[in-house]
Design a protein around this ligand. Sequence first.
Ligand SMILES: NC(=O)c1ccc[n+]([C@@H]2O[C@H](COP(=O)([O-])OP(=O)(O)OC[C@H]3O[C@@H](n4cnc5c(N)ncnc54)[C@H](OP(=O)(O)O)[C@@H]3O)[C@@H](O)[C@H]2O)c1
Length: 259
Amino acid sequence: MELGLKRKRALVTGASTGLGAATAMALATEGCELYINSRNEHKLRTAADKILDKTGIKPTLCVGDVSRAADIQRLDTEIDHVDILVTNTGGPPPGLFTDLPGEAWQEAGDLLLISAINLTRMVIDGMIRRKWGRLIYLTSVAVLQPIDDLILSNTYRAGVTGFCKTVSNTYAKYGITANCVCPGYTATERLAEIAASRAEKAGVPVEKIIEQFASAAPVGRIGKPEELAALITFLASDKAAFITGTSIPVDGGVRRSLI
Ligand SMILES: NC(=O)c1ccc[n+]([C@@H]2O[C@H](COP(=O)([O-])OP(=O)(O)OC[C@H]3O[C@@H](n4cnc5c(N)ncnc54)[C@H](OP(=O)(O)O)[C@@H]3O)[C@@H](O)[C@H]2O)c1
């Protein structure tokens, strides 16, 4: 399928590893010009080298912490224009409500919700002028079905979902779509951290927790980052112009509700 993404400019944040790196690779494979962001320049350069080797596309590195408004303001001066925005960061710490200090709430809000708002503010005027844009917010299946020991994620990603829906209504008339993608258990460093935390609390081997993740999904396995990236790439394309204001799980069927 020709997706029409050649020479579209995409910004993917949190793109040095995991789901963000897989997304950047998939968009480059379709010929997008890429800006990639994360905090650690060395990790980001390694990801960029892999993309260049595999696709011939040389991503522009945008080093910065998107939970800080000042870093996003600086990125704005380094980036020409963005047709496709994919917002992503690392996850907040796991924990139950009583496990988490007050500061963790401020930090998680800046990381998950305020970053998505500030990044949208950075790109929206240009998308309106060009009458084309794709806003894609990476959230989690925790939005569709909260996960007890991820209260920070459950709370702020719900905020991203409300923000996305509102933006999708307001700017659809300019050819801009806005959607959330909701990964289930997917094999990345983040998942390994969550598994380790649960294994320690439960006093069981980490492999047992990974098995539980896999068996929670009817497909009986953990997802691959490329599987989420494939959906994002489709949503970024012209073919997905009629899909907006929604949240789409990529979870192997973990969520059991009808819609
Ligand atoms: N994997 C799963 O099973 C799963 C399921 C549901 C939801 N999620 C969510 O999806 C997101 C991505 O997950 P992942 O598994 O790909 O995580 P990951 O492997 O830990 O990757 C996170 C990426 O974000 C970057 N990053 C972290 N904080 C950042 C910040 N403040 N500003 C800019 N970049 C930042 C990291 O690079 P630097 O260290 O260089 O900054 C890295 O490139 C997370 O929010 C996670 O909670 C994951």
